[in-house]
Each structure stands twice: as structure tokens, then as C-alpha cells.
Write a protein that binds this ligand. Structure first.
Ligand code: SF4
Length: 303
């Protein structure tokens, strides 16, 4: 559904401007039942050439590796996934479930869910750590819960225009174009973060890191550079970032009381800080910033 909200480019522009032929999509395809099975079989037999296989959703392998907990077109979905991945030039995983297993893979993981080429942080997943598609590339991961629609359409354009080899992917197979920087970049609360001014849900003028578990400083994604609906983002609306583009999501395996909470040492030192940041340095910098009075954010006015 997120895909249908793409704006730059839109899904319609993928078709009209970039010549992408969407062979089948669960929300847009007119075919149902046996017609879908026929399309998939034609793809696997080579009658229909598949340039890009885009998969969303976790791969359910259970119970006992049969995959029978998730049927699609008359047989376990996992078999379609393996066969379509084998014949496509490129394989793209969309969303946390397809990339690393997502919420269904949280222990005890009764469905034996996993991602296409990762299981949480470990390379492997359903297709295996050595999988490469016919183009020579591993699975391209576009994580998020949901993934940003423009990340999807722009990667599809890069593939369809022959520019995907110019796109660098990181160790988790995420295109660095979208996942090099942190969610905090562009957050309107960044100044409050530096000054350790704590905020709360929906409360303007503070940072959500200190009490309600915002993961913006540790999460690689461009949510505050490529805004959602070209309007806003979670943290701009003062909702904590949950870190959904990282393979550790959902963090703490959804243990009771672990969501929307900042874990602390001695009751006041956040246990997790941005990469490379020393705790004492962090609090020293915060103290200096407070002292010299840099507390205005973009919404603060002077009289
Ligand atoms: S609200 Fe989150 S992303 Fe924004 S400055 Fe605070 S910690 Fe960073």
C-alpha cells in the first residue's frame, strides 16, 4: 500500500515515463485465482521475462520447513519466492518482513519467518547468504515498516534505466542513497537533542531521545530528508523513531515495557548513544549548549 503513495516518481509515472510493465501486483492486478497462477508459471517457464522481482512480506517456512502456514496460488508461498528469485534479473525486498523477517520473526517465531537474504542481523535468510540474482547482484533491501514509497520507485527507476550498478549498497544491502545518514538529519528537534532538552509525544520544542526512546540518532534512513507525503515525518510530528530501517527492529524483541522507553544507566544516562559518541562527552556538550543558550529551534521566536 505504501508503494501506491509514491510521489517522485509516482506508480503511474513508472509505467508511462519509465516504461515499466507491472506484470502483477496484489492491489493493482486485475487477475485473480488461476489467472495469477498462470502468470507466475509463465514467469518461471520464461514465457514472460522478469527483470525485477519485488517481494514484500516475510517468508514463512513453518511448520517444520513445509511452508504450509502460508499458501499462495495453490502451494506454499515460499516455493514461488524461490523460483521467481531464480529467474529474475534483480530481486528487491521491500519492508522489514521481506528484508530481515520483521515482527513475524520475533521469538518464539512460531511461523519460522525470515527475510529474503537476512534473518535479523545475520546474513542468510531464506535465499541464503551467497544468493545473487541473474544480474550478479544480491537482494536489494529497502527496509522500513512501512518502507518509504519514493525509496521503492526511485530504486525501480535506477534498475530500469540501467543505473543500479552506480548505486552503492551497504553491508545490509540497503542503497546508501537513502540509508547513509541518520533519521536525525533534518529533524526539527535536533537542537533540543544537542542541548538535552527532553520532549514528549506531540509536544513541540523538545527531543524524544531522553525519555520516550527515539532511535533517530542511531537509525539509518532519510525520513527527514525525503519527507513522508512530502509533508512530515514521525519525529517532526513528535513521535519517536522506532528504528524500523535497522535489522534489529523490532528492538528488544517487543519485550513488555520496552517500546517508547529510553533505557538508562543509573536512572539518567541513556544506555544507547549515537555511533562514536562517548557518554561523558555527550553530556558535557549538552551542558555547554544549555549554558550558552542555544535552545531556540525553528519554531522558537524572539520578541
Ligand atoms: S526527536 Fe529523535 S530524531 Fe529528532 S532530534 Fe530527538 S532523537 Fe533526534
Amino acid at each position: 500500500m505504501s508503494f501506491l503513495n509514491a510521489q517522485e516518481p509516482t506508480v503511474v509515472e513508472l509505467v508511462t515515463d519509465f516504461g515499466i510493465n507491472i506484470v502483477w501486483h496484489p492491489s493493482m492486478g486485475l487477475e485473480i485465482g488461476q489467472q495469477v497462477t498462470d502468470i507466475l508459471e509463465d514467469c518461471i517457464s520464461g514465457k514472460i521475462h522478469i527483470d525485477i522481482f519485488v517481494f514484500e512480506g516475510t517468508v514463512i517456512q513453518g511448520p517444520n520447513d513445509t511452508g504450509t502456514m502460508n499458501y499462495f496460488c495453490e502451494r506454499p508461498m515460499k516455493y514461488w519466492v524461490k523460483e521467481l528469485s531464480a529467474i529474475a534479473d534483480y530481486v528487491v525486498a521491500i519492508g522489514d518482513c521481506a528484508t530481515w523477517g520483521g515482527i513475524p520473526a520475533v521469538p518464539p517465531n512460531p511461523t519460522d519467518s525470515t527475510g529474503l537474504q537476512f534473518h535479523k542481523k545475520d546474513k542468510g535468510g531464506y535465499l541464503g547468504k551467497d544468493f545473487i540474482s541473474r544480474s550478479g547482484m544480491p537482494v536489494i533491501n529497502i527496509p522500513g515498516c512501512p518502507a518509504h514509497p519514493d525509496w521503492m520507485t526511485q530504486i525501480l527507476v535506477a534498475i530500469s534505466t540501467g543505473r543500479i550498478k552506480d548505486v552503492i549498497i551497504d553491508s545490509y544491502h540497503r542503497p546508501t542513497t537513502f540509508f547513509n545518514d541518520f533519521v536525525q538529519t533534518g529533524c526539527t528537534n535536533a537542537r533540543a537533542f544537542n542541548e538535552k532538552v527532553s520532549g514528549g509525544f506531540g509536544k513541540r520544542g523538545g527531543c524524544l531521545f531522553y525519555e520516550v526512546g527515539c532511535r533517530g540518532p542511531m537509525t539509518h534512513a532519510s525520513c527527514n530528508r525525503i519527507l513522508w507525503n512530502r509533508q512530515s515525518s514521525k519525529t517532526r510530528a513528535n513521535h519517536p523513531c522506532l528504528g524500523c530501517t535497522e535489522p534489529g527492529f523490532p528492538f528488544h524483541d517487543l519485550a513488555k515495557g520496552s517500546i517508547f522507553k529510553t533505557f538508562k544507566h543509573l536512572g539518567f544516562l541513556p544506555k544507547e548513544l549515537p555511533e562514536g559518541e562517548n557518554k561523558l562527552t555527550h553530556f558535557f556538550k549538552a551542558g555547554v549548549a544549555k549554558t550558552v543558550g542555544l535552545s531556540k529551534d525553528m519554531f522558537t521566536t524572539t520578541k
